[in-house]
Ligand binder design. Structure first.
Ligand SMILES: [Zn+2]
Length: 261
């Protein structure tokens, strides 16, 4: 593979991956999608992302010691999102930069993310946001765009720290209190309103009025990102209050775009 000059000035290495294509119809980047590698060792993860035939890749890999490796030029379409959707769009690879954060993930013990690794993720994302004009609310988790398939980067990922540096959209989660909840099996206008609110935020959720498996998965994905203290797929008061606080602090144009789809 041909080497290239890294787009980010803080990427220390380039390991070119052959797994990329062109962005569909020249779609400009306006999203950053964060992942964990979910593999037991870093060599295996890099090999997976950079070997012909695996059909997966990412623009960047952030190692545990904070080093940043670029594998695909930002102008190209890397293959990291898979079947996914956000705000009415389903070709997430065409609109996003994919960042793989080295972490063994839920299947291999799910260690904490080291501070120096998070500092590197923040610096990398800030640069991409500036260069590509990515708004904070378009820095998302893989689990947000593929809630039925993915958990990464997971409930241990420190979104609050990122938000302190202007990366990602965040409000302090509403406290967990006792009270009525919406959960699996319920059918009501309240469930419909919840689904509409999640959809307005960007989640790819059908509005059916029934609290089905897909609704549970989306609520769990929402919690993993925005209310990580309890990830159970049950829409309690804290979950709904946090969702509404997020919605009311979105830029106006973002809400309209999502609602129109
Ligand atoms: Zn992922």
């Amino acid at each position: 593979m041909k080497a290239f000059t890294p787009d980010s000035s803080i990427a220390s290495d380039v390991i070119p991956s052959p797994n990329f294509g062109e962005r569909n119809k020249g779609r400009l980047v306006d999203m950053i999608l964060l992942h964990y590698t979910g593999m037991p060792d870093v060599e295996g993860a890099i090999a997976q992302l950079c070997t012909p035939g695996t059909d997966v890749s990412a623009h960047y890999i952030v190692l545990e010691d904070g080093r940043i490796v670029q594998c695909v030029p930002e102008a190209k379409r890397a293959w990291h999102a898979g079947i996914s959707a956000w705000a009415g769009e389903d070709d997430i690879n065409s609109c996003s930069i994919g960042v793989e954060i080295v972490n063994r993930g839920h299947d291999w013990g799910y260690p904490d993310f080291p501070l120096r690794q998070i500092a590197a993720v923040i610096a990398l994302c800030r640069g991409i946001m500036l260069r590509r004009n990515v708004p904070p609310h378009r820095v998302l988790a893989h689990s947000d765009v593929a809630p039925s398939r993915k958990k990464d980067p997971g409930e241990k990922f420190p979104w609050a720290s990122l938000a302190n540096s202007g990366v990602g959209h965040w409000v302090f989660p509403a406290p967990i209190v006792a009270g009525e909840v919406l959960k699996a099996g319920a059918t009501s206008d309240d469930v419909r309103a919840l689904q509409e609110a999640l959809r307005r935020y960007g989640y790819g959720i059908p509005v059916t009025g029934k609290y089905d498996g897909a609704t549970m998965e989306v609520v769990a994905a929402f919690q993993r990102h925005f209310r990580p203290l309890r990830v159970d797929g049950v829409a309690d008061h804290s979950t709904m209050a946090t969702l509404h606080a997020l919605l009311s602090s979105l830029p106006g144009d973002a809400v309209n775009v999502a609602a129109a789809t």
